[in-house]
Design a binder for this molecule. Structure first.
Ligand code: GLN
Length: 476
C-alpha cells in the first residue's frame, strides 16, 4: 500500500511528524523487492537512499528542508548521476560510471529529492516497448503479459506500480508519453529547451527532453518548476523565466481546442480508443470548451521525417562509442580499425545498429540532399504549421497511442510496425512544443486509454491545468 499518493499529502504528513522520509523510502524499497518480476529497476541505491532519507528527516525537523523533501524518484538509465553507473540499457556502456550529474537531476537533488535507483529502458532510448534492452523487457504492472511501452518503460511501470513516487524519463519521439499511456500514469514532455539536456545521454539532440512521469498534474508541475531553467552546461537551454507551474496548474485552462481530423480516421486506430476520444471531445464541449476538427496537411509525413532526422542525429551522437572512450571494448582486436568494428558490432543491439545505418545513409554524400536536407525543410514547414494552429487554439488533442499496451514479443519482429507507435507523439518533438499524455478511461481489455494534449511553446502551465481539470472531472 502506498500511504500518500499525492505530494501535497505526503508533504503534510512529513511536516506533522505522521511519517518520515526513512519510513517512506522503506515502503518503496520493500515494494521494489516485492515487484522484482516487473523488471523495472536495473539498480537500486538502497543504502544511499536510506542515508539520504535520514539526513532529510533532520532537515525537516530543523525546518530547512527543500521543496521536494521526501519525494522518492527513480531515474531512467540514460540520465547521468555522478559516481553511479549509467548504461542506456546497452552492453556498450558496460561498467561505465558517470563523472557528473545531469543538471535536471541535480536541480531535484538540490531540493532534497531522494534518488532510489536506475530504471530499465530501451537501448539508447530507441524503441516503443522497452524490449530493446540488455536487461530484458519491462512488464506492464497492469497486465504482466503486456509491454510497458518505451523507451521509458521502466520509469512508467515503476510509477504505475508504486515503486517510487515519480520518475524521470526522456522523450525524443514519445518515450515519456507513450509508456505513461500504456501504464495508466501521466507523462509530460516539456518544450524543447525548457529543461537542460546536460547529462542526458544523447539520442537526437534537437528532439531530446527529460520529462517527469507522475500520478497527478500537481506533481508534474512541482517537478517541472524545480527541474527547468537555464544552464551554463547546455547552451540550448532556454533563458526564459520558469513559470510558477504549481500556481498555474490550479488556474482554469483556456477553452479553445482543436484536433486533427486525420487522427481519428486513422485505420490503425483501435475502435474503443477512437470512441473514448470522441466521448472526451463531447464531454469537453458540454463543459464549455470549443473543440474544432481541423486538417493538418503534414500529418502523413510526421513519421518519416522523424525517423530520418532522429536517426541522422543518432548516427552522429553514437559515433563516440568506439571502444576507446566509454565502457565496453571487444577483445581480440588487432588494430584501431578492428577495435572500432568489433566493439560497435558486439556492443550495440540490433535496433541501435539499424538506426545508425539508416542515419548514416540519409546523411551520406549523394543522398543527403534527397533525405536529410529535404527532411529538415519539411520539419520547418511542420513547425510553421503547428505555430499557426496555436494562433487560433490553446490546445491540440488526439489519442495518445493507436492501441493499448500489446503483448510482450508481439511487435519486436517488424521494426516498421513498432515505428508507427509514435504516430500521435512525434509532432511535438519535431516542432518542439510541450505535450502530455493522461489517462481518460479503460479499454474493455482492462488496459488504460489516454489522450495526448499539446500546447503552444512554453505554455506548460496551460497543459498542466488542463490535465488537472479533466482528471478532477473524471475522478482519476
Ligand atoms: N519510440 C520512439 C523511437 O523509438 C521514441 C523514442 C524516444 O522518445 N526516445 O524513436
Amino acid at each position: 500500500m502506498i500511504p500518500y499518493s499525492t505530494f501535497t499529502e505526503l508533504h503534510k504528513a512529513l511536516n506533522s511528524g505522521e511519517t518520515t522520509c526513512v519510513e517512506t523510502t522503506q515502503v518503496y524499497l520493500s515494494r521494489i523487492s516485492k515487484y522484482k518480476n516487473l523488471n523495472t529497476f536495473v539498480e537500486v541505491f538502497e543504502q544511499e537512499a536510506l542515508n539520504r532519507a535520514k539526513l532529510i528527516d533532520t532537515k525537516i525537523e530543523k525546518g530547512i528542508a527543500g521543496r521536494l523533501a521526501g519525494m522518492v524518484i527513480g531515474i531512467k538509465d540514460n540520465i547521468c548521476f555522478k559516481n553511479h553507473k549509467v548504461s542506456a540499457a546497452s552492453k556498450m556502456l558496460d561498467g561505465f560510471e558517470s563523472m557528473f550529474t545531469a543538471t535536471a537531476l541535480q536541480n531535484l537533488i538540490d531540493q532534497d529529492a531522494i534518488i532510489i535507483g536506475r530504471l530499465n529502458c530501451d537501448e539508447f532510448a530507441m524503441g516503443s516497448a522497452n524490449e530493446n534492452t540488455k536487461y530484458g523487457p519491462v512488464k506492464n504492472p497492469l497486465d504482466t503479459s503486456k509491454v510497458a511501452g518505451g523507451s521509458s518503460g521502466g520509469s512508467a511501470a515503476a510509477v504505475s506500480a508504486g515503486l517510487c513516487f515519480a520518475a524521470l524519463g526522456s522523450d525524443t519521439g514519445g518515450s515519456v508519453r507513450q509508456p505513461a499511456a500504456f501504464c495508466g500514469v501521466i507523462g509530460f514532455k516539456p518544450t524543447y529547451s525548457r529543461v537542460s539536456r546536460h547529462g542526458l545521454i544523447a539520442y537526437g539532440s534537437s528532439f531530446d527532453q527529460i520529462g517527469p512521469i507522475v500520478n497527478s498534474a500537481y506533481d508534474a508541475a512541482l517537478i517541472m518548476e524545480v527541474m527547468s531553467g537555464q544552464d551554463s552546461f547546455d547552451n540550448t537551454a532556454s533563458n526564459l523565466e520558469v513559470e510558477k507551474y504549481t500556481k498555474t496548474v490550479f488556474t482554469p485552462p483556456p477553452k479553445r481546442i482543436a484536433y486533427f481530423r486525420q487522427c481519428l480516421d486513422l485505420n490503425i486506430l483501435d475502435k474503443e480508443i477512437k470512441k473514448a476520444t470522441e466521448r472526451k471531445i463531447s464531454q469537453l464541449r458540454d463543459n464549455g470548451y470549443t473543440v474544432d476538427a481541423i486538417d493538418f496537411p503534414y500529418f502523413d509525413v510526421l513519421m518519416p521525417i522523424y525517423y530520418i532526422l532522429s536517426t541522422a542525429e543518432a548516427s552522429s551522437n553514437l559515433a563516440r562509442y568506439d571502444g576507446v572512450h566509454y565502457g565496453y571494448r571487444s577483445e581480440k582486436n588487432t588494430d584501431l580499425e578492428s577495435t572500432y568494428k568489433n566493439t560497435r558490432t558486439n556492443g550495440f543491439g540490433e535496433e541501435v545498429k539499424r538506426r545508425i545505418m539508416l542515419g548514416t545513409f540519409v546523411l551520406s554524400s549523394g543522398y543527403n540532399e534527397e533525405f536529410y536536407t529535404k527532411a529538415l525543410k519539411i520539419r520547418r514547414l511542420i513547425q510553421d504549421k503547428t505555430k499557426e494552429v496555436f494562433q487560433k487554439y490553446d490546445l491540440l488533442i488526439s489519442p495518445a497511442t493507436p492501441h493499448t499496451a500489446f503483448s510482450i514479443g508481439e511487435k519486436n519482429t517488424d521494426p516498421t510496425k513498432a515505428y508507427l507507435e509514435d504516430i500521435f507523439t512525434v509532432q511535438a518533438n519535431l516542432s518542439g512544443n510541450p505535450a502530455v499524455s493522461t489517462p481518460i478511461s479503460k479499454h474493455s481489455n482492462g488496459m488504460p486509454i489516454s489522450i495526448h494534449v499539446m500546447s503552444d511553446m512554453f505554455c506548460e502551465g496551460i497543459l498542466l491545468s488542463f490535465v488537472d481539470s479533466i482528471n478532477k472531472e473524471s475522478n482519476l
